[in-house]
Design a protein around this ligand. Structure first.
Ligand code: SF4
Length: 349
């Protein structure tokens, strides 16, 4: 059984709308670079990240904690605050340069064109404002004219995320909600203005396993049914296998491999991706965990950032940064290992 087959549950894929232009480019990130100035030195959090998301596509961003996934997302959304700063790169969304927008323009676009589902719903919700008023704040900024209109639209949004009895939720506060219910409210708010693009940053962190599946199924349903695109950040390759079309693998603030989920999980080419795939639970196989730690992002390593943990490191890895290698299918990875040394790659299949 392949890694992908082991993870994927049988599921019919919803039909995509034909008028949404599926397949055309929606988000293009190029050379994105973000630094944090700290007393210990400059943290190289995001280092020249390139990837894209097409219309009606779900792209997973995967990697260990601290590998730069969330900072990448926050850089795209203009949410990096001092001592962090985006120092280089471009982010084009539907042809618009996001990094060149003023903060107010970006805030408007975040609600209307891009829905953001944060990791922790309780930090996304205002603890001292009734849920109804929080919907009102979003809708008032986008033309809602009356309290009745706000309530009607909020009720409909909560019904879309499976909340029965929405008035009880609307009249309450965030602390009165369970984690799963709070995340449903955040999802309803993210979808409220019908965005074409959704960014979900580890949206099930802290929820129990059953609720995690429900939330991910819910998000995917809302994305697929409306022909939206999504960037789904996760540390779990099982989630990628289940919910994504393509995957971007990050390590030490860099993209080290990307391709379709099928290619990357069945034929991982970078040793880090291979290690992640080996760590997927599969019947009849022992789990193999990656040892070692991420490199120091202040004293960023020369050459390949995975070198200290890589079982295949050889002479050039210590001082030459690997170039991108793209195979015929489009799968791309950054590693010096030559293609004609397949033994390293066979081991994970
Ligand atoms: Fe390992 Fe070298 Fe490839 Fe880096 S470039 S992943 S150290 S073989």
């Amino acid at each position: 059984m392949s890694a992908l087959d082991a993870l994927r549950r049988p599921r019919a894929r919803p039909t995509l709308p034909e008028n949404g232009g599926p397949g055309s480019r929606l988000l293009e990130v190029s050379g994105l670079t973000t630094r944090f100035d700290t007393p210990d030195g400059v943290v190289h959090a995001v280092n020249g990240v390139d990837f894209h998301v097409d219309r009606a596509e779900v792209v997973g961003v995967v990697g260990e904690s601290g590998c730069g996934k969330s900072v990448t997302i926050r850089s795209i959304l203009g949410l990096v605050r001092p001592p962090g700063r985006v120092v280089d790169g471009t982010v084009r969304f539907d042809g618009v340069d996001l990094l060149g927008l003023r903060r107010t323009e970006l805030r408007r676009l975040r609600g209307k064109e891009i829905g953001f589902i944060a990791q922790n719903p309780f930090s996304a919700l205002n603890p001292v404002m009734r849920i109804h008023r929080q919907f009102g704040t979003i809708l008032a900024a986008h033309g809602a004219k009356s309290d009745g209109e706000v309530r009607d639209r909020a009720r409909a949004a909560l019904a879309d995320v499976g909340i029965a009895g929405p008035d009880r939720v609307l009249d309450g506060y965030a602390h009165q909600l369970s984690g799963g219910m709070a995340q449903r409210v955040v999802i309803a708010m993210a979808m409220l203005l019908n965005p074409a693009f959704v960014i979900a940053d580890e949206p099930t962190t802290g929820l129990d396993l059953t609720v995690q599946r429900q939330i991910l199924d819910l998000i995917r349903g809302l994305v697929r049914e409306h022909g939206r695109s999504m960037l789904l950040v996760t540390h779990d390759l099982g989630v990628v296998a289940q919910y994504c079309d393509r995957v971007v693998v990050m390590y030490a603030g860099k993209v080290i491999e990307h391709g379709t989920v099928r290619e990357v999980l069945n034929t991982p080419r970078h040793p880090y991706t291979q290690a992640l795939v080996r760590a997927i639970p599969r019947p009849g196989r022992p789990l193999v965990h990656l040892t070692g730690r991420l490199p120091d992002l202040v004293d960023y390593p020369t050459g390949c950032p995975f070198r200290a943990r890589c079982p295949h490191a050889f002479e050039p890895c210590g001082h030459v940064v690997p170039e991108a290698v793209t195979v015929a299918s489009g799968q791309t990875y950054w590693c010096h290992l030559p293609e004609e040394r397949p033994e390293e790659r066979e081991a994970v299949r």
